[in-house]
Design a protein around this ligand. Sequence first.
Ligand SMILES: O=C(O)C/C=C\CC(=O)C(=O)O
Length: 291
Amino acid sequence: MRLGSCLYQGNSVVFVESDGHYYLPSLQNAHATFWKDIQTLIADPKRDEKLAEFSPNKSCMVGLEDIQLLAPIPRPNKNIICMGLNYFDHIVEAADFAGRNAKTPKAPIVFTKSNFSVIGPGTPIPADPDISEQLDWEVELGVIIGKTGKAIKPEHVQDHIFGYTIINDISARDLQFAHKQFYIGKSIDGGCPMGPVIVSKDEIPNAQQLQLSCRVNGVDKQTGSTEQMIFDIEQIIVTLSKTMTLEAGDVIATGTPNGVGFARTPPEFLKSGDVVECEIESIGVLSNPVV
Ligand SMILES: O=C(O)C/C=C\CC(=O)C(=O)O
């Protein structure tokens, strides 16, 4: 199932996208409350049965012009948990830029992005030169946790995943490199475009074999495959959940391939008027203007 959140008549509700059409199951009687808030939906113990009961029908179909797409989880309950330097070619480009040798990390590099930085598809990414002159793009596969757990064993990881989305880990490189920790540079308001939908895991048989790419103004910047991750989704979830409870609705960004702006020659950054598009096979395209 492909689902997300949208504004309809001033209220945030869950939509289902099917064959290019949009449906608002909350307009029907069955489980109307369940379909209003995606975090409640994901955490509902009877979620899969209730989702299975829905079939697209005209009584709750709306036009794209009637809704405004939001991030699938418009305000996650906690920060987005992110993997840094999780693709070797990206480690190489970052090392070349810094004049050091490229080394594969022995353990996942983990940082977070503020949950307040999340924005939806089409929402402008603010480029304010008083805040940053080095806004960069990073296409990433986002994993949505579907079941709360601690110390999750490798063989149980799949039970804890709800689905997948696209994240653009917008990075203010001047702030990221000026401060010892990544948090400020990764968390500017509007710095976490997400969407356009969450695709439930049953529709993505192998999330470690998805093509991902990023374009700026139609020009290819990043291309890769999720099979290139150094720490795969299973290792990430096992590692994180060893020390912290992962809750239903948590969002994990799994790292980015090479082709980011700061490591280019000469470096390239986003500016007002640009359009940045992140695409992941089987999920779609997340497009945002820069203003
Ligand atoms: O060079 C470094 O140490 C870090 C540079 C970029 C990594 C990053 O932002 C990431 O998300 O990966």
